[in-house]
Structure formats: C-alpha cells, structure tokens
Design a protein around this ligand. Structure first.
Ligand code: GRF
Length: 230
C-alpha cells in the first residue's frame, strides 16, 4: 500500500491535515505550530489529542485555537478500546497524518492497522539504538561518542518502524542527562518539522513497508544537516 499526499495542479502542496498526539510539555508540537504560522509548513493542525487532561501541549493548542481532545485511559476497559476510540476521533477530525510528539503510550496493533504509513513518531535516540525510555541516560552510560533523534513511521513494534530521518549530536565529556537532552531537543524540533514538511510535500512516503524519498527507496535514514534533510 502506498500513501502519498495531494498536490494542486501546479504541484504546490495542499495543506495536509494532521493530528498531533502529546502526553506532556509539547515543545515538538510548539515547533510544528511555529513553523506553520511562519508559513513554512504546509499543514493544517486539525486536532491535538492527549491521554493527560493537564498536558501543557493541550494548553498551547488551545492558545492557538486548535481543536483539542483529552481522553482518560482510566475510562476505558483496556488499551485497545482507548486506542480505537482515539483513532475514531482522529478519523473524524479529517487528519491524514498523525504525529506522535511525546505521546507516552504504546499503540494497539489493530487500532493502527488502517493507518500504516500515516503515523510518525519522534524518538530521542539513533534508532535502532535505545528503543523505549531513558535514552539519554543509556547513551551516556554506554560511553557513546554521539547521540541523536529519529523520526520513524509507526508500526506495532515499539520504536521499531522504518526510520525516515535522524539528527546527530556529539556527546561532550561534561554532559549529563539534562544537558544532553536539552541540546538534542533543539535538533528534534528541526528534525520533526523537516520530516512533516517532506511528507506534506509528497517527498517522503511509506510504500510496502519501505520508506521512499523522491521516488527512490531509502537505503539509510535521511540526515538533518543545517535544517535540511539530505
Ligand atoms: C521528546 O524528547 C520526544 O523525542 C520524546 O518525548 C519528548 C517530548 O517532548 N518522544 P515535548 O513534549 O515535545 O516537549
């Protein structure tokens, strides 16, 4: 199956309707909103949804008049019911792409089956290294010389879907979790905006489980260099 997004007759990208899922702070969401408001990102953020009613991400969406949704997992019998309900709302929002930006839940395989190639996640490690939590701590503990972040298409496997692009930063000798996380976060914002932009413009798509860029199979993740994917 191929998912590509629409263009106008003169090949200008249409605004791609996107939904953003976030459980917390929402700095990646803010980066998307800023890029959109600066006229640099051809998307329409049609929904911001969270599993935490108090998530700051919801407050920043409200401040920008973006529709929000808070669903409490405790109101559902199980994870699958929560996820099916969440994706029902997303479907009705008109979103064609779902961006997981600090959404701290594993998604049910059946609930996302129909969304293959239309969900991406940002993860703070150089995947396939350090899936899951505490990525900065683990990179430091391993004595890695560099760290980074990845944007990937979401599959049922946690942080395991095909990687679209990565950004890399050096680890300095004086780094601790906090300094490393803060330095990486600034790059994450650029990486996520660049990836959403590439998908919205139809440059990047998932075909038969493989990432394609500009019509070619991607043999290794794109790299973010000076704010541009190469
Ligand atoms: C980011 O580090 C992202 O990579 C990870 O969770 C964090 C979310 O940060 N998945 P924010 O809520 O976007 O500020």
């Amino acid at each position: 199956m191929t998912t590509t997004f629409s263009h106008t007759a003169n090949n200008e990208p249409m605004s791609l309707p996107i939904a953003v899922l976030a459980s917390g702070r929402g700095s990646n969401l803010a980066a998307l909103i800023d890029a959109h408001e600066a006229g640099k990102l051809p998307v329409d953020i049609v929904l911001v949804a969270s599993d935490k009613a108090e998530a700051p991400a919801l407050r920043s969406a409200e401040a920008h008049d973006i529709p929000t949704l808070a669903l409490d997992p405790k109101s559902f019998a199980n994870r699958r019911e929560f996820d099916f309900t969440l994706f029902e709302y997303i479907y009705h929002s008109g979103a064609q792409l779902v961006v997981l930006a600090g959404f701290m839940r594993i998604l049910d395989a059946q609930a996302i089956q129909a969304w293959q190639g239309r969900i991406i996640n940002i993860h703070p490690s150089l995947l396939p290294k350090y899936r899951g939590l505490h990525t900065h701590r683990r990179a430091l503990a391993a004595g890695d010389a560099e760290h980074g972040a990845s944007v990937h298409f979401v599959t049922a496997e946690l942080d395991g879907g095909p990687v679209i692009a990565q950004t890399r930063i050096p680890i300095h000798s004086g780094d601790d979790e906090e300094t490393l996380a803060a330095r990486l976060l600034a790059q994450e914002h650029r990486l996520l905006v660049a990836c959403v932009d590439a998908i919205a413009r139809g440059r990047v798509a998932l075909r038969d489980g493989v990432v394609h860029c500009d019509g070619e199979t991607l043999r290794e993740p794109l790299r973010l260099v000076n704010g541009t994917l190469t």
